[in-house]
Write a protein that binds this ligand. Structure first.
Ligand code: ADP
Ligand code: ASP
Ligand code: MG
Length: 416
């Protein structure tokens, strides 16, 4: 069994869906499980529905309508028959989450979020499955919530591997083409859970692990893993092959082409991961596998913007690491502040944090009661793997370096 994953960018419009069929026809689709994300930016639009539900109820209908219209345009373009049953199927899904929001009484944001946003994936897979069928590619649509079981940490659900493995083995038809959703799972009571934003790569890896897949391929709008994000760097180079270790390091530091959680299950079973272009499906992409040396051996650049650098010093000259560090980290954890770099001295401690959820403003007053705090907002964190002096020089141009950390393979710079 092979696993394919198509992300939002690959199915953002009708031509994208046609291209997915085209890719499957070119590379073959026997004994394949295809994981698909929500179309284009649907998950963001779904988040707006949830926001309207909690904060501005008078906008709720219009936010839902936006999602309905977006998918209707794609369906009208793909299916000629005005009364094709796909219209009914998709309307039913939209009415399902509208209905949920009408009768729901739970005030729990994360719970409501997961019950709603996952409809992006349910709708996209329903459309793609029907379109494949229509074009002579028979397939089985699977509800991934009946396969991937998780705990009830809504928005960041943790996989129950034992149950998942059992269900996947029971329910996936190994001789056929299967279509299912990324990003989703379900908890013990069958409520929908999500695996974290951008989590569909991880879904593909989970299913690959459970099926002992021969390979997992994630189809992207880039030729493979490049040595830098082409949105932020000019003159990027494609990496032909990298090790699991290299891939997990790159993803962890922020190379968003692969979700960082994807690598661990694949590495455990030594399942090769291919990152390939959905625009040029027969071109060689990047292969991630066991013991593969990085080829070509070039510096790899990763930038994370919108970071906050905090420098905390003890007020009474006490040692910072011995006396305070566990408490500080607990606060970061509680406010979902991801730590990207740390550096400490005897009485001070610098930490670069991802301020994605805006938690900084809440913890600053708390920290200021106990420490001398210097806070630099809006800094960028550059990570260079396999760095050279030239590579370091090239990212510095005119920036102020606030923190620099060098290891054997990796240099990290916090700049403003
Ligand atoms: P998906 O459609 O699966 O959600 P993403 O948009 O999440 O795909 O990932 C593809 C994007 O990742 C590319 O368009 C590119 O801008 C970005 N990216 C970041 N770092 C890298 C890298 N090192 N190599 C290739 N692409 C990268
Ligand atoms: N649709 C989800 C998201 O946008 C999951 C994914 O695309 O990987 O976060
Ligand atoms: Mg994505």
């Amino acid at each position: 069994m092979r696993i394919f994953k198509f992300g939002g960018a690959s199915v953002k419009d009708a031509n994208g869906v046609r291209n997915v069929v085209n890719v499957l026809q070119q590379v073959g689709h026997e004994k394949t499980l295809v994981v698909i994300s929500a179309m284009g930016k649907t998950t963001n639009a779904m988040e707006e529905v949830v926001k309207a539900y909690f904060e501005e109820e008078n906008h709720l209908d219009e936010k839902i309508q936006f999602i309905a219209d977006y998918h209707k345009t794609i369906i009208n373009d793909l299916f000629e028959a005005k009364n094709h049953e796909i219209h009914h199927k998709v309307n039913k899904l939209i009415e399902e989450f509208r209905g949920f929001l009408m009768w729901n009484k739970s005030p729990k944001h994360a719970f409501v979020y997961d019950q709603v946003v996952g409809y992006g994936e349910l709708i996209s897979t329903t459309i793609v499955s029907a379109y494949l069928q229509e074009n002579g590619v028979p397939n089985t649509w699977l509800d991934v919530r009946e396969l991937i079981k998780t705990d009830d940490s809504f928005r960041d659900a943790q996989v129950n591997w034992k149950k998942t493995e059992q269900l996947v083995k029971e329910k996936v038809d190994l001789n056929n083409l299967n279509i299912t959703q990324g990003f989703l799972g379900s908890e013990e009571n069958n409520f929908t859970t999500t695996l974290g934003r951008e989590g569909s790569d991880y879904s593909a890896a989970i299913l690959g692990y459970c099926l002992n897949a021969t390979s997992v391929t994630i189809w992207k709008d880039v030729p493979g893993v490049l040595n830098a994000d082409p949105r932020h760097f000019e003159e990027t180079q494609k990496l032909e092959q990298i090790s699991y270790r290299e891939a997990i390091e790159l993803a962890f530091y922020g190379a968003s082409v692969i979700h960082p959680k994807t690598l661990q299950p694949l590495q455990q079973k030594q399942i090769p991961l291919h990152v390939k272009s959905f625009i040029k499906p027969t071109a060689e992409g990047t292969t991630v596998g066991k013991g593969k040396k990085i080829v070509p051996e070039v510096p790899c650049f990763i930038v994370k913007k919108d970071q906050v650098l905090l420098k905390l010093s003890s007020l009474d000259f006490s040692f910072i690491v011995e006396n305070n560090i566990s408490e500080i980290f607990k606060m970061f954890h509680d406010y979902r502040l991801k730590v990207d770099l740390i550096q400490n001295s005897a009485i001070s401690f610098s930490v670069c944090l991802d301020n994605k959820f805006g938690g900084i403003s809440t913890i600053l007053p708390e920290l200021e009661k106990r420490f001398k705090v210097v806070c630099h907002e809006d800094v960028s964190l550059y990570t260079i793997r396999h760095f050279t002096d030239e590579a370091v020089e090239s990212v510095l141009n005119g920036y102020d370096v606030l923190v620099e950390q060098r290891g054997k393979e990796t240099v990290q710079l916090v700049v403003k």
